[in-house]
Ligand binder design. Structure first.
Ligand code: ZN
Length: 148
């Protein structure tokens, strides 16, 4: 098998770009925020928990506490850079893909799989309480490996 084109594999650093993204989102691009943004947005879209990101930060020698990770994830979420998907009271995933879509949650593997928005149709939805409007509807479909 021949080697792939070097062009396809060359990834120029996204650092200057991420700094701009943070600024545009109204966040000061501190060293910590840029480092965490690199871990989050440096590759393909994904779903990550605070604990997972904390582990990755440690491996990348980015020295931050879990509390700082939580704060940063929530700041990114409030700035619209991340979507938060709560699977239960104790666990939230942060999704780097903020576009409209839903999720399968593989319970035994604690993994999120995207469902395109067009794959889910609502037959009936309640009207929002008086004076409110629906901002979006999150569907999490819980799945597990089928028994053989
Ligand atoms: Zn997703």
């Amino acid at each position: 098998m021949t080697d792939r084109s070097p062009i396809a594999r060359s990834h120029p650093s996204r650092k200057p770009c991420l700094t701009a993204v943070l600024r545009m989102a109204g966040l000061r691009p501190t060293r910590q925020r840029v480092a965490l943004a690199e871990l989050l947005f440096g590759g393909p879209h994904r779903h990550v928990s605070a604990e997972q990101l904390h582990g990755e930060a440690g491996e990348a020698h980015v020295n931050v506490s879990l509390a700082t990770i939580y704060n940063t994830l929530h700041q990114f979420h409030e700035a619209g850079l991340l979507r938060e998907v709560a699977v239960d009271a104790a666990r939230s995933y942060f999704d780097t893909d903020t576009s409209d879509h839903h999720h399968f949650y593989v319970e035994d593997e604690q993994q999120m799989i995207n469902i395109p928005a067009s794959s889910v149709e609502f037959g009936k939805l309640p009207t929002a309480p008086k004076g409110m409007e629906v901002s979006h509807v999150d569907v999490v479909i819980r799945v597990r490996r089928a028994q053989a």
